[in-house]
Write a protein that binds this ligand. Structure first.
Ligand code: SF4
Length: 337
């Protein structure tokens, strides 16, 4: 019996790098971008150094790159896979490190498949196909790239995922969503509402977003947004976390500006939780599970916390961010950007 009061991730089978106990993967949709040089992958978290001829990855690097019908003209970084449209994959030289993305029809009729991973792109209204469900049930290589065209994406996706669970279909599921919005902020709100809800309920082994703002594709912002949603759902932590109060009449500094300033200097500290609170009356209680606290304690005065313990009391706000960084450094949790 499912509990609605505790987090429970749906069990799926392990397929290559996705599903089971793997962290949820991020898939970058760059099928409409022309990537011809290694340096262009930096926006997706893969940084190439031509001097050493080596790749490095950031904590927010997409592991799967959907290239559509335009494969990359160079080797992808280790641990990364290219996803290609089925017809393109069939004629590609490297059929191991490239993975086919298939429609339902292609999947059911495929004469040739990948030996390890095959991604089936499907919408919720295609899940009434009995043959597809039987095949997904039995296929240890199948990964479902599921999306919904229903006005209520969240509700429709949840119903579909419940159908899969009820039929004991264990293929990993990539939650796909395309967004057309007038701004990145609006796109973020819609994506977070729809995908975040599913993730906190334990669904989803991967996220693939395609954000278009005024008809312009933002593949790098889509990847950042996917990581942000995973972090907010606490299913994949890749950066620092901030808890700030909503602010009220007691707030003793410009909360938004200060939060931005602290974030700009510390957001690379993966797993560190920082509370930024407007006043010392309620702030320490509201940031109860933060690792560090930056709390207004008087006009132009800040008190810094390590957990619930005061480390520096009533210091001038001018040097308070630097002092906070020094405390993090003393604890051995600081890394350079
Ligand atoms: S922490 Fe203080 S300033 Fe912030 S909302 Fe609560 S009472 Fe207001």
């Amino acid at each position: 019996m499912r509990s609605f009061y505790a987090y429970h991730r749906y069990h799926t089978r392990h397929v290559a790098i996705i599903g089971s106990n793997n962290i949820p993967r991020v898939i970058a949709d760059v099928s409409e971008s022309s990537i011809t040089e290694m340096g262009q992958l930096a926006a997706l978290g893969h940084i190439y150094d031509p001097v050493t001829d080596k790749w490095s990855t950031t904590d927010q690097a997409a592991e799967l790159l959907y290239m559509g019908a335009s494969p990359l003209p160079f080797m992808v970084p280790a641990g990364t896979r290219q996803l290609l449209d089925y017809a393109t994959w069939q004629s590609h030289d490297d059929q191991f490190y490239c993975v086919p993305m298939m429609s339902v029809h292609e999947y059911l009729c495929a004469s040739q498949r990948h030996t390890v991973m095959n991604i089936v792109c499907c919408s919720t209204d295609e899940l009434d196909n009995h043959e597809l469900l039987v095949k997904l049930h039995d296929d240890a290589t199948a990964v479902l790239g599921l999306t919904s065209h229903h006005p209520s994406y969240f509700r429709d996706m949840r119903s579909a995922l419940d159908v899969l669970a009820a039929r004991d279909i264990l293929c990993p599921v990539i939650l796909r969503k395309g967004l057309l919005a007038t701004s990145l902020d609006i796109a973020s709100l819609h994506a977070a509402t729809d995908l975040g809800g599913l993730l906190v309920e334990g669904y989803g082994d991967g996220v693939m977003l395609n954000v278009r703002v005024n008809d312009h594709i933002h593949h790098d912002a889509s990847v950042r947004l996917a990581f942000g949603i995973l972090q907010a759902a606490r299913t994949r932590i890749t950066k620092a976390e901030y808890i700030s109060c909503p602010s009220c009449g007691r707030t003793l500094f410009d909360l938004q500006e200060t939060t931005s300033m602290i974030r700009a200097q510390t957001d690379h500290l993966k797993g560190v939780k920082i509370g930024i609170m407007g006043c010392i009356v309620n702030g320490p209680g509201e940031m109860a599970d933060a690792d560090y606290g930056y709390v207004g304690s008087g006009p132009d005065r800040i008190t810094l916390y390590r957990g619930q313990e005061i480390v520096q009391r009533n210091i001038p706000s001018a040097g308070a961010v630097g002092a906070l960084i020094d405390i993090i450094r003393t604890d051995g949790r600081w890394i350079e950007k």
